[in-house]
Design a protein around this ligand. Structure first.
Ligand SMILES: *Cc1c(COP(=O)(O)O)cnc(C)c1O
Length: 467
């Protein structure tokens, strides 16, 4: 087929690729992120027909136009089916009513109890299929604030063609998150505790991608939320939720607990595909660079302040580059300049035109630590719902900022049992782990502590990956 979607770099200076190549590579060779050359449009009739369909059927329809010839329909259907088979809820992403016109989209019924499983379970299968077809192997290196790492390890553990190295900030993830990364015993799994913050982990992974010699030597692949395959898989639940609530005949708003901007950017894609999304709210914790940027036009990094919502303790929000690319009318040079400035000066000013474009799609809010704890208490008292701290931030901002014109959906990004200490401190209730994870505290751990040093990290990876 001639007019298939290709993937182009947000910095405008890398070859465009088909879906499977963009997925396997992760980051473009000019340092940019892959975005589709065009976004397919769905008619109102196509969207209306999704109401009442299974999650898997909606997933196939929403993602199919983006993957071109990379996989056949039969292959793609098979991988979607097996990706979500292990979820603990038949609806996969159930909607629960919290209040008059406010709904909670529960995205934590996958194997590692956070929304990351929706994408990771699927791309794990697509990776395996593509690598088998080629007869090659890859080394996945990923940075995590906690949930991406556990989801990636769960998706790739035991695969012959993949080694997976996960860098997490030492001492800054919850015990459940850490144990999900350190207890798998398969020898293709390598948990690395880095002395530094999440942003350090993310920066070192980016450095490895920009070290072409190393990148090619180990066949480096990335599964961070900068991987287009992950964003794509997250577009699906915007459709499943909105069509359950009457879209396309009624618009729907979303409040999204945000860190690296992958989840909410999937909402922007859904909107561009024709889903009537009214408000799309960036909900941040005290690490509020995105909220400040939307408010003032200044994107300026500062210190990371560790919070009780650690998966959102991020200053450099990678996927925001994709939103900037759109806001600058897909001008890769302009984006490359901003990113150079970010690296050299720690920040940049968004142009008036681009800021206006961003504000047409997004609104934003910030929640303090105190307010997060208060919201956990409030939701338990008023909706009988025990929320994880990230989800509580989304719910609080949704209530404060809803324009009242559309049903509001807050994305519940993790299960409360993934953050038991914070949840118990706020609510007095210790959230129990689901049955399949009950013995997590008895399993033995395996982890290597590493310094925030590119050479040392590359040496470690060279030495420890299976050839
Ligand atoms: C990853 C994560 C987030 C942030 O999602 P982004 O796509 O990085 O914006 C929020 N909450 C939880 C629980 C997460 O694991």
């Amino acid at each position: 087929m001639s007019n298939q979607i290709r993937y182009v770099s947000t910095r405008g200076n890398a070859p465009d690729l088909p879906f499977h190549e963009a997925m396997l590579t992760g980051l473009a060779r000019d340092g940019g992120l892959f975005v589709p050359s065009e976004v397919p449009q769905f008619s109102a009739g196509q969207i209306r027909a999704m109401a009442g369909q299974s999650y898997e059927d909606i997933a196939f329809q929403v993602m199919r136009p983006f993957i071109g010839d990379s996989f056949t329909d039969a292959e793609f259907k098979e991988d979607i089916a097996s990706a979500y088979e292990g979820f603990a809820h038949d609806a996969r992403a159930p909607l629960k009513k919290l209040g008059a016109n406010h709904f909670l989209l529960e995205l934590f019924h996958g194997p590692t109890l956070a929304f990351k499983d929706f994408a990771m379970q699927l791309i794990g299968r697509l990776f395996q299929r593509e690598l088998k077809r080629r007869g090659t192997k890859v080394t996945i290196v990923g940075a995590t604030s906690g949930d991406t790492g556990s989801a990636a390890i769960e998706a790739f553990r035991g695969l012959d063609a993949v080694d997976v190295f996960i860098l997490y900030p030492h001492g800054r993830v919850s015990e459940v998150q850490r144990r999900q990364m350190t207890t798998p015993s398969e020898d293709n799994v390598h948990a690395l505790a880095l002395n530094g913050h999440f942003d350090d982990c993310q920066a070192r992974v980016k450095d490895m991608f920009n070290d072409f010699e190393f990148r090619d030597e180990i066949a480096l692949a990335g599964v961070n939320s900068i991987n287009w395959g992950r964003v794509l898989a997250q577009v699906v639940y915007y459709f499943s939720a909105a069509t359950s609530l009457g879209a396309p005949d009624r618009s729907v708003s979303f409040s999204v607990p945000t860190g690296n901007f992958g989840d909410i950017y999937a909402g922007q894609i859904a909107k561009r595909m024709g889903l009537p999304i009214d408000q799309l709210i960036i909900a941040t914790n005290q690490n509020d660079i995105l909220h400040r940027c939307l408010s003032t036009g200044e994107y300026r990094t500062s210190e990371v302040h560790p919070s009780i919502s650690p998966s959102m303790d991020i200053q450099v929000s990678s996927n925001f580059e994709r939103a900037l690319f759109d806001a600058y009318d897909r001008d890769g040079n302009a984006v490359a300049q901003l990113m150079d400035q970010l690296k050299a000066e720690g920040g940049f000013t968004v142009s008036q035109g681009a800021l206006q474009a961003l504000r047409e799609t997004y609104t934003s809010g910030r929640v303090s630590e105190e307010e997060t704890r208060a919201e956990i208490t409030h939701s338990l008292a008023h909706s009988a719902e025990l929320l994880c701290p990230h989800s509580a931030i989304g719910v609080k901002i949704a209530r404060d900022m809803s324009n009242g014109q559309s049903p509001m959906v807050t994305l519940a990004t993790a299960h409360p049992a993934k953050f038991p200490a914070a949840v118990e401190a706020a609510s007095g209730i210790h959230p129990p782990l689901p049955p399949h994870m009950e013995n997590l505290y008895e399993r033995s751990e395996r982890v290597t502590q590493v310094e925030n040093d590119l050479d040392a990290l590359e040496t470690h990876i060279r030495k420890n990956r299976r050839a």
